[in-house]
Design a binder for this molecule. Structure first.
Ligand code: SF4
Length: 220
């Protein structure tokens, strides 16, 4: 179910941009500057359940050795696992990354497809990763909903949803398309700095005046 929020999207984005300007870019935002959908896709797989700093170092180690689908497909799975260690589930991710590289090489002419269904058919790629690659890799408007986007959108009352996929569809109704690509990085940064999963910093939050704090039981 979608609810109408008192928060104006332009006002929200303006405040989130100010928070982001004051901190270091996220790893995926840094990788995005290279304009390489394959590296973005691989970094996104590495980032799942992994801290941002670990993702940055693991991605850099892998890309220093191989940065194309052919190059990564040629690496033994164990080598990839060693390169991305200590990313969470590094053995599983190494298997997925190599399988993705092989599929791209064998079925997509070594290119990452700019199509959601084709991305979702790749090993280990879910809606979150597919939408991130569409948005940042190809500039196709798509909302990447991770744990930060899901949590904060509900706390702010932008949406009233139970799952990330429901949040994606609800946000599509309340956010103008021009914000769809950037909202992930804005809310991830905001979630890491202020609106933490447990005990958000409501007393120093720039959104506090208009945030209904839905579901927040403990804050600082
Ligand atoms: S007021 Fe608290 S719950 Fe609301 S956005 Fe800010 S930190 Fe998050």
């Amino acid at each position: 179910m979608t609810i109408r929020s008192a928060i104006n999207p332009a006002w929200l984005v303006r405040h989130l941009e100010r928070v982001r300007e004051s901190v270091r870019p996220t790893t995926l935002a840094e990788v995005e500057k290279k304009r390489d959908p394959f590296r973005l896709l691989v970094a996104c797989v590495i980032s799942l359940r992994t801290k941002d700093a670990v993702t940055a170092e693991a991605s850099a180690r892998l890309f220093a050795v191989a940065r194309t689908p052919e190059g990564v497909a040629a690496l033994p799975e164990g080598r990839i696992a060693k390169l991305i260690f200590p990313a969470g589930f590094y053995n599983t991710k190494a298997r997925q990354i190599r399988a993705i590289a092989r599929r791209l090489t064998e079925e997509h002419g070594t290119a990452v497809p700019a199509d959601r269904e084709a991305l979702l058919a790749l090993p280990g790629v879910g809606r979150k990763t597919a939408n991130l690659v569409l948005g940042l890799g190809f500039a196709i408007p798509a909302i990447c909903v991770d744990t930060h986007v899901h949590r904060i959108s509900n706390r702010l009352g932008l949406v009233a949803t139970r799952t990330p996929e429901q949040t994606e569809h609800a946000l599509e109704k309340v956010l103008p398309r021009r914000y769809w690509i950037d909202i992930n990085d804005l809310l991830v940064t905001f979630g890491q700095q202020i609106c933490h999963p447990t005990s958000p910093k409501c007393s120093s939050c720039p959104l506090a005046g208009r945030c209904p704090r839905i579901g927040v039981t403990r804050s600082r």
